[in-house]
Design a protein around this ligand. Structure first.
Ligand code: NAP
Ligand code: ZN
Length: 347
């Protein structure tokens, strides 16, 4: 086993703290990665605080990982020592079911998430990226661009793919009016990616002080979502709305802004349900309300290559690992522009 320094949640009510875990020795298909940077996703907070009710403790969160290969197993052909690589939200899946064959491993019934997951075969619990290293099956390791600032690439591994995937799935076209609800880690990536897809991007925010940033990031218009008059002006005008909000809120106010046949996609997963949706808002204009979960490994590589081509990275604030608990509190107040990334040299 490999002793590994981490920061872990030992209990849902206590701050994260320094903790040593044991990683498996790399097998023939494994890549051993020295972690350089790890982004902080709002999911990490939901999980560390057991807000979704299925947390396993101790827990080492973190699924926006960028690092350098230290060693590669004998059967690893894609990666070699020294390569810069990424790991996102998944580290294994069965490889044989329809979901795996269709390259949507995130829906495999036995997918292993990067942390807070139990390997169905070994029963071992997975530990994530708030750590100095990780061992991952080569199939779940991604190539990252050497030219981009690595710390700012890390959030693409979750925030990037989670927003890229639905924009592709629901075929957002140049010139379409696309709304992004919530300008946080996911939301600001959605703005950059939808702009690169040549959509007319509109940001809905609850924070008055984010308007200028939203435009700098690529939005053509910004709407303060608790201003009913402003919202009403956009009725029946959107082709697609992506909702990234991490808290329970009214969905109907957005459904009414969709055109006939428009689609609203939820990616935020609050710990409490949204208020019930009025079926009339869907039925009368044949609108669709859908959800989306990260993206498959093949699509994650496609997204990384797309972002490299369009020079898209995340806007980040780099922090030392011992700032993690303060970072969580600031994220809960929407006080981050727009993703915290841990510099893992500080562990
Ligand atoms: P984040 O950085 O904290 O951003 C969330 C944004 O939501 C905030 O910046 C804020 O934007 C808005 N917001 C927060 N509280 C609100 C409230 N009470 N009412 C209205 N708006 C509020 O979070 P994130 O990392 O982007 O994650 C967002 C959500 O997506 C989380 O629930 C996370 O678990 C989930 N997630 C899902 C997937 C998936 O695969 N589906 C993947 C990753 C994350 P404004 O200040 O602009 O209003
Ligand atoms: Zn995430």
């Amino acid at each position: 086993m490999i002793p590994t320094k981490t920061y872990a949640a030992l209990d849902p009510k206590k701050p994260l703290t320094a903790f040593t875990i044991q990683r498996r020795k790399p097998g023939k298909n494994d890549v051993h990665i020295k972690i350089l940077f790890c982004g902080i996703c709002h999911t990490d907070i939901h999980q560390a605080r057991n807000e979704w009710g299925h947390s396993i403790f101790p827990m080492v969160p973190g699924h926006e990982i960028v690092g350098q290969v230290v060693a590669a197993g004998a059967s690893v052909k894609k990666f070699k020592k020294g390569d810069y690589v990424g790991v996102g939200c998944m580290v294994d899946s069965c490889g044989t079911c329809k979901d795996c064959k269709d390259h949507v491993e995130q829906f495999c019934n036995t997918v292993s998430y990067t942390y807070n997951s139990q390997d169905p075969k070994t029963k071992e619990v997975t530990y994530g990226g708030y750590a100095d290293s990780i061992v991952v099956n080569q199939k779940f390791v991604l190539r990252v661009s050497k030219t981009a600032k690595l710390a700012a690439v890390a959030p693409l591994l979750c925030a990037g793919i989670t927003t890229y995937s639905p924009l592709k799935k629901w075929k957002v076209q140049p010139g379409q009016k696309v709304g992004v609800v919530g300008l946080g880690g996911l939301g600001h990536m959605a703005v950059k990616i939808a702009k690169a897809m040549k959509a007319h991007v509109v940001v809905f925010t609850t924070s008055n002080n984010k308007s200028a940033d939203a435009k700098r990031l690529g939005a053509k218009e910004v709407i303060i979502s608790n201003n009913a008059n402003e919202m009403a002006k956009h009725a029946l005008s959107f082709d697609f709305i992506l909702d990234t909000v991490a808290a329970s809120h009214d969905i109907d106010q957005y459904l009414n802004l969709l055109k006939r046949d428009g689609t609203m996609c939820l990616v935020g997963v609050p710990n409490a349900p949204h208020p019930a949706v009025n079926p009339g808002n869907l039925v009368l204009k044949r609108r669709q309300l859908v959800g989306s979960l990260i993206g498959g490994i093949k699509e994650t590589q496609e997204m990384l290559d797309f972002c490299a081509k369009h020079k898209i990275v995340s806007d980040i604030e780099t922090i030392p690992i011992n700032y993690i608990n303060t970072a969580y509190e600031r994220m809960l107040k929407s006080d981050v522009k727009y993703r915290f990334v841990i510099d893992m040299q500080t562990i």
